[in-house]
Structures are given as structure tokens and as C-alpha cells.
Design a protein around this ligand. Structure first.
Ligand code: O2Y
Ligand code: MN
Length: 598
């Protein structure tokens, strides 16, 4: 074992886990290219992955997971706070001592026959005062190679850490090997033995049984959202499930926008949007997570704590998101996509037909007309941010970028207009607290209606969501210069008319809405008051070149009193969930909305 640090606390922690897990060997990851190549070589030889055709996809690999391990597992994700109340009504709670006892039994000998990897990683640019250092212990080389893309990882992190503190992240796929036992391509434990657990008071993460995405790449959802949200509340900043983009107008003025949407709203597409309106430019800081802190000047600054994209592959194409497509031209890990006979990848709506002979993610051969599922709907690409053609020049700036606007949104076929602006910070917090998407009865057995996902943080808030609302209110109160707070907007790309026709084209045309947001922040666009907030003036949104009637635009910006009265009743139901944890300021906002509608 080559220990790359003199940090005694870290060495002791690693030794303790090595004693419990009993791996065959311990490897401290230095993050070098040689190490990365060696790990891929080992995985290719073991049949865990395939190296793709170097001429088509240089330095890229395809993995297929076990069919039981294809996504984050919310019902196996736990917040283990000392008090149940501190996990709140939206999280699964477990007693921390009991959970540790259960898991320690599982971790005992769980790495037999495997290597224990020690991954030092930084969430955020190395040395940034907004960044945090974590150490992940894992027995998965797949996790190591993904973490090398998704975070700043390796020896340099240990150098910055010195003898300082780190966030301990413990992970095992939970599949020890007996002497002489042959490994499988994707080791993991059965679903009921998977545990993704968080200990907010001690800021620890223990994950067991899954090798997939958010369950296993612990820097992402576990650290950068669940644990970071707790730290952010304690330290007075914001850890949010938000993309960050830079937008430049034709005069060369640039502003930065952060945005939160529930899943399946096109967050990565918005982060990498190519504007359809002449002269405008959008550049990407991040597509999933934003950490925002006040600077000395009273402005809120954001960093993307990640260094890569763990993007959904299906429906990503040259048409929907060319920048994402080119981010994964090289140096990419693909998970659960189809493997074509010429060593390339395929997924639904990639933009070309699936070649005969493509091997699907479950190992079945596809031929035209067969019903083989080629790519899993949650198939992923892990791609480096530095390979994104529209990456923002400031994406690694340790100081972060100043945020002028925050957007919230959801999939709302009716009721919610294309865009409206909050009157102030508390009203914007109210907007964030009520976002959600409409689901049909058929969707995953849920009752039809609006599924609320406040701030898109429902699965990611590491503490009581009512207290989280309160933290947002407090951020507004403690801002030294209220005029410098970001302006807050709600957007809805998903409005339909009565016949079910989409009213808004979406994708690159969302730049038309971003331009209005930009102009509002720039003081160069007017707005009109409505009961729900500030709406664009008629003709304020540039629809030149779109096949849209004036009536469509009217419909898109309509505030239907009856629908909003029904919405108020639904919001009351939603807020009731938080009991006495609901901040008074949000109850007041709801009362104001009711009064304005009357
Ligand atoms: O299924 C997973 O493990 C990935 S979930 C994910 C990945 C990237 C960005 N966002 C998400 C999410 O669930 O919000
Ligand atoms: Mn996400």
C-alpha cells in the first residue's frame, strides 16, 4: 500500500475500514492517466466493460449494469439524523446508531477478493473557498474512473488537504468474492440490501450494495447536495440542485443564471442551449449542482462543484443537444447503452437508426423489428466538462460567477405561464417551494396531478424541507444589499392548448425567454403586474421567425383565475405537509396570492 498522505486522521480512518472490509489490497488513487489506463485495462480484461472503437470514440468505454442496479434508489436512501424531525416529512429517516450497527454487519468482510480504492476528491475548483474535499473509499474501479471525470481527483487533492478535514464517504458494492470465485461484470447487492445513508450531524456518507450513479459516485447527490445542504444551512450559503449558465447579449454584456427543475424538464439541454435569436450566446458552468455563497461585495457567487456531466443518454442528439453530444465525443464512460457492431454506441433518438447486430444493455442482440431494449431509459454518459464545446471560460474560477437570476420551473401543461418574475426574494422562495410537474395516472403508479418537487430538492435535501424553506428566507434577510440578490423567475416550457398541442417550441427557442430574463436583470425590459407576479409585456418576448400566432403567445402568458384558485387549494395541501416548520413568510405569500386572486 502506497499511502499518499501524512494526514493521520485520514490514515486511521482508512485503516479502520480496511480492517472491517478485509480487502485483498488497498490502493490510494493518484488520479494519473497511467492509473486510469491501468484500471480500464483491468476492467476490459475482466469483462466489466468494452473499449469503444478508438477511431469513433477515442478513450471511451461502455459498461452494462446489473438489471437490478440501474438508477438512484430513493426508497433505499436514508437521512440518519439524531432526531427524526430533522429529516422531515420528505425523507426516509433511520436512527443513526441502529443504521450504523446494521451496516457495520454488512461491511464486515464485504471487500474480500477485491481492492479497496481510496479516492481523494474536491467538489469545486481545488483551493476555492467554496470547495469541499471528500475521500471516498470504494471497491469499484468503475466508481474510481467515473469519479476521475466527475470531480477533481487524486494526489493534488491530498496536497491541498494537508492535515485538514475531509468528508468521509464509504462505499462498497456489497459483493465479496470467495477464494477462487469468478467475478461478475457488475457486482452489486440485491435491492433490499442496498443502503444509501447520510449522517448529517457528523457529515458522513455510508453507501452499500449499489454501483450505479448517484448511489455510488458519492461526491454528487450524497455530498454535493444532501450533506452540503446541511453544511450550507449551518454556514449561511446555498447548495442547490441547479444548472448554471452564462448568457451574453448582442452588445457583449454577460450575466449568469442558475436554474432548478424537477427531472425530465431538459435541465442539461437548457444548460447547453444554442440560442435561436441572433447575436445571443449561452455558455455552460454546470448542468446539475450549484453552490452559492455571498462575496464580500454582497453579491451571490456560484461554482459548479462537479467537473463532468453524468447525463441521461436517451433523447440526447445533435437536434436536442449538440453540445452534450460533442461533450461525449471522447474520454467518455457510457453506461447501459447499446454497443454497435463497429464499436460505437446507440440509444433511442440518438439521431440515426439502430444498426442490426447491436448488442443491447442486457446482452441481447438487436435486429430490425425485434423488441430488444437497446439502451436503458436511464442510460448515462459520463463526460468531462472540459470537453463541452460551450463550456464557460470561468467554469473553474475559484471565486465563482455572480448570479443575476434564478429560474424555477416544472412540466405544467396548464395554469403556469411561460415566464413570470417574483416581486421579491420571499415571493421567489415561495415560487421555488411550489414547483413540480404534472403526472398522468399511468406514470409509475402515482395519483394523477401535480407532483411537487420544491426547489427540485425533494430527493436531495439532507434535512427537514420546512427548515430548508426557512433557510432560503433567511438568506434573503441576511443579504447585506437586497438590491444585489438575484431576481427570481418561474418558467414553463411545457404549456399545451386545449387540444394537447405544445404552445412553445422549447430547446434553442428558450433563449427568447432567457433574453427577457436577461433584460429584466439589465433594467431594459418592462413587466406588468398580475396576481401571481410580474409578466412580460405583450410583444416583450421576441417570437420573430417562430410559427406562432399572437393568440398562442396570449395563451402562454395567460393567468386564469379559476385555475389559479384551484392551484391555491393544491398549494395549501402541499404546505400542510410541513406543519409548524412552514415559515410564516411562505404562509404569508400564499395568503397574498389568495388575496390578489380574489
Ligand atoms: O440514476 C442516477 O443515479 C443518476 S441521477 C442524476 C444524475 C445526474 C444528474 N441528476 C440526476 C438526478 O437524479 O437529479
Ligand atoms: Mn440532478
Amino acid at each position: 500500500m502506497t499511502t499518499l498522505t501524512k494526514n493521520q486522521k485520514l490514515i486511521n480512518w482508512v485503516n479502520e475500514w480496511a480492517t472491517i472490509c478485509q480487502p485483498d489490497s488497498v490502493h490510494w488513487c493518484d488520479g494519473s492517466e497511467e492509473e486510469n489506463d491501468r484500471l480500464f485495462d483491468i476492467m476490459v480484461k475482466a469483462g466489466a466493460c468494452v473499449k469503444l472503437n478508438d477511431k469513433k470514440r477515442p478513450n471511451s468505454y461502455a459498461f452494462n449494469s446489473d438489471p437490478s442496479d440501474v438508477a438512484r434508489v430513493e426508497n433505499r436512501t436514508f437521512i440518519c439524523s439524531e432526531k427524526e424531525e430533522d429529516a422531515g416529512p420528505t425523507n426516509n429517516w433511520a436512527d443513526p446508531a441502529e443504521m450504523k450497527k446494521t451496516l457495520l454487519e454488512k461491511y464486515k468482510g464485504c471487500m474480500k477478493g477485491r481492492t479497496m480504492y481510496i479516492i481523494p476528491f474536491s467538489m469545486g475548483p481545488l483551493g476555492s473557498n467554496i470547495a469541499k474535499i471528500g475521500i471516498e473509499i470504494t471497491d469499484s474501479a468503475y466508481v474510481v474512473t467515473n469519479m476521475r471525470i466527475m470531480t477533481r481527483m487524486g494526489k493534488a487533492v491530498l496536497d491541498v488537504l494537508g492535515d485538514g478535514d475531509f468528508i468521509p464517504c464509504m462505499h462498497s458494492v456489497g459483493a465479496p468474492l470467495a477464494a477462487g470465485q469468478k467475478d461478475v461484470a457488475w457486482p452489486c447487492a440485491p435491492i433490499e440490501q442496498k443502503y444509501i445513508t447520510h449522517f448529517p450531524e457528523t457529515k458522513e456518507i455510508w453507501s452499500f450494495g449499489s454501483g450505479y450513479g448517484g448511489n455510488a459516485l458519492l461526491g454528487k447527490k450524497c455530498l454535493a447536495l444532501r450533506i452540503a445542504s446541511v453544511a450550507a444551512k449551518e454556514e449561511g450559503w446555498l447548495a442547490e440542485h441547479m444548472l448554471i449558465l452564462g448568457i451574453t447579449n448582442p452588445q457583449g454584456v454577460k450575466k449568469y443564471v442558475a436554474a432548478a427543475f424537477p427531472s425530465a424538464c431538459g435541465k442539461t439541454n437548457l444548460a447547453m442551449l444554442i440560442p435561436t435569436i441572433p447575436g445571443w450566446k449561452v455558455e455552460t458552468i454546470g448542468d446539475d449542482i450549484a453552490w452559492m455563497k455571498f462575496g464580500k461585495d454582497g453579491q451571490l457567487y456560484a461554482i459548479n462543484p462537479e467537473a463532468g456531466f453524468f447525463g441521461v443518454a436517451p433523447y440526447t442528439s445533435e437536434h436536442t443537444n449538440p453540445n452534450a453530444m460533442h461533450s461525449c465525443d471522447k474520454d467518455t464512460i457510457y453506461t447501459n447503452v447499446g454497443l454497435t457492431p463497429d464499436g460505437d454506441i446507440w440509444w433511442d433518438e440518438i439521431g440515426w437508426d439502430c444498426p442490426d447486430g447491436t448488442i443491447g444493455w442486457k446482452g441481447e442482440k438487436y435486429t430490425k423489428g425485434s423488441d430488444v431494449q437497446v439502451a436503458h431509459p436511464n442510460a448515462r454518459f459520463t463526460a468531462k466538462a472540459e470537453n463541452c464545446p460551450c463550456i464557460d471560460p470561468k467554469w473553474e474560477d475559484p471565486a465563482g460567477v455572480p448570479i443575476s437570476a434564478i429560474l424555477f420551473g416544472g412540466r405544467r401543461p396548464s395554469t403556469v405561464p411561460l415566464v413570470y418574475q417574483a416581486r421579491d426574494w420571499n415571493h421567489g422562495t415561495f415560487m421555488g417551494s411550489i414547483i413540480g410537474s404534472e403526472v398522468t395516472a399511468a406514470a409509475i403508479g402515482l395519483a394523477a396531478g401535480v407532483r411537487r418537487d420544491p426547489f427540485a430538492m425533494l430527493p436531495f435535501c439532507g434535512y427537514n424541507m420546512g427548515d430548508y424553506f426557512g433557510h432560503w428566507i433567511k438568506i434573503g434577510e441576511t443579504a447585506t444589499d437586497k438590491n444585489k440578490l438575484p431576481k427570481i423567475f418561474n418558467v414553463n416550457w411545457f404549456r399545451k392548448d386545449e387540444s394537447g398541442r405544445w404552445l412553445w417550441p422549447g430547446f434553442g427557442d428558450n433563449s427568447r425567454v432567457l433574453a427577457w430574463v436577461f433584460d429584466r436583470c439589465n433594467g431594459t425590459a418592462d413587466a406588468v403586474e398580475s396576481p401571481i407576479g410580474l409578466l412580460p409585456k405583450e410583444d416583450a418576448i421576441n417570437i420573430e421567425g417562430l410559427k406562432m400566432s399572437a393568440n398562442d403567445m396570449k395563451e402562454l402568458l395567460k393567468v386564469d383565475k379559476k385555475l389559479w384558485e384551484a392551484e391555491v387549494a393544491l398549494i395549501e395541501e402541499h404546505f400542510a405537509r410541513f406543519g409548524n416548520k412552514l415559515p410564516k413568510a411562505l404562509a404569508n405569500e400564499l395568503a397574498t396570492l389568495k388575496a390578489k386572486l380574489a
